[in-house]
Write a protein that binds this ligand. Sequence first.
Ligand code: MIC
Ligand code: SF4
Length: 643
Amino acid sequence: MGLSIAQKIIASHLLEGDMSRPGGDIAIKIDQTLTQDATGTMAYLEFETMGIPRVRTERSVAYIDHNTLGTGFENADDHRYIGSVAKKYGVYFSRPGNGICHQVHLERFGRPGATLIGSDSHTPTCGGLGMLSFGAGGMDVAVAMGGGAYHIAMPKIYKVELTGRLRPFVTPKDISLEILRILSVKGGVGAVIEWGGEGVSSLTVPERATITNMGTELGATTSIFPSDEMTRKFLSAQGREDVYVPLDADPDAVYDRVIHIDLDTLEPLIACPHSPDNVVTVASIAGKPVDQVCVGSCTNSSLYDMLKVSALLKGRVVAPSVSMSVSPGSRQVLTMLSASGALVDILASGARLLECACGPCIGMGFSPNSGGVSLRTFNRNFEGRSGTADAGVYLVSPETAVASAITGVITDPCTLGEMPEVKMPASFAVDDSAVIPPASPEEADAVEILRGPNIKPFPSPRPVGDIISAAVSLKVGDNITTDHIMPAGSKILPYRSNIPYLSQFCFAVCDKSFSERAKSLGESIVIGGENYGQGSSREHAALVPLYLGVRAVIAKSFARIHVANLINAGILPLTFSDPADYDHISEGDALELSDLENGMATGVVTVKNKTTGDTYELAASLTERQREMLLCGGLLAYTKVHG
Ligand code: MIC
Ligand code: SF4
């Protein structure tokens, strides 16, 4: 039987496990890692506790792209800490202003056939050039930097077969929204999404990267494209043809599911508030007034995206009722945009130029007005994420964004007439001077690590013993995101290395009194619905509940990265054997989970509801390694014992 693209890369990196058993634990060797600043501070603090003198990867890069508003000393201190730790331990440091981690990694470091993990859920962006890349919690990245394997459940493989060719004004973003419409935000859980078919050959690497980037919103383990002539051309234009290798699935590869998308008939699509899978055609809601339009983020900030935006804005002005921002994805993109003169057309339209960073995507400025309608080329529209609690965020392509910015109402870009021709240069302007190399091993000893007062100790888990007896501190519904559990935004993000401070905002989107209640209970249990913990990789969504005394989360199902983060933080994740039992537990109920050591080994745990007198059966779907991790008190404690 032939192999798919992901299976080939897994096979060449497999350290432990059986590839023929989807769902079983596999360990793979990691070639490269990346961190960003909002998760990086914690990841490097964790790396430091491991006592390893230098990273053991082929390449590790620390990006500064999220916390770029300096309204106090906190972010500047964290950036200084990350810079010094990177220099000492062998990590390349991408300075603030150099761009969004995923865009820069695609341009400058990713390579086909290799593996990458990053402390950011959109790390699969590099799947656009045939790299097997995963989002992970900071602790997993710290372990990989130390040369440890990355453990995942062997994924199923879904193939998306593209036929035909995109029509003008229909874009890779619309392909991403179409697959979200088909599969939903939990439809990719446990699977790698492989893109193939004749329609792939017309998509450039940055266009493919829009699709692999947004595959994260499917809950997928990762997404990947073949490495082909387009990949070679992209790498050659970046002056990196030497890392090119061709890579494709064997013709007789077998897939767990095959989905067809016909590019010829695809229409411009839009995801409505508050979920990326709430997708309809743009035409069906055309005419709705718009307050704000934002172009950028790691999904749609390549040079090609920016040149299209400029060409469409040329000679036009943004409607007076609309506030528009444009954030190029990298310094390379911004440099080329300005050198070509295309930036002038963006500025002349009245759009505001923001720096090459995440910006509005993570609520770092540019929050919409009260009750505002914001159209964004981003990947997430979760409630409150923009920084304005009652705003409605819609996800669109750059073409739809510009069409709507000009008219002031949601507008199908196909109504704009002819799509102007956009010519890409033959090569990119390569300048890596904003990526600071680490000190040599000989000089590393002398490098001092610079810490600020905002860095506070992070909580250490207690080993899960035989009994957890605690009350339910919170009950939430389906599709709870990590933005609900541990919100971000410009006011909270500067405290990512200060867990005690962050704890006051835990679950604030769902229930402002949670933090105080959890603290007063001492220990507690959280009840969740389907797909609990979807969205980002932030391990703070586990570390902060840990700090507040949460010992276990019982849900109908979990998102991949979050469940790994819970286990890494020593919190026991359990699922209802009968989902109907979810309805029988209320906030405040006193629960007792007993005989846990045995239950974690057999996979079946019984919970007694001491308030109602009922008992329910729960499933503990843990690998042997995860069980031991929980018995040791989390990943760092486990790594100390097992190396
Ligand atoms: C996001 O898009 O939600 C983030 C901010 O990039 C997160 C990481 C974080 O919370 O720092 C992610 O996607 O993992
Ligand atoms: Fe940054 Fe937004 Fe991408 Fe997250 S999704 S890495 S916040 S641009």
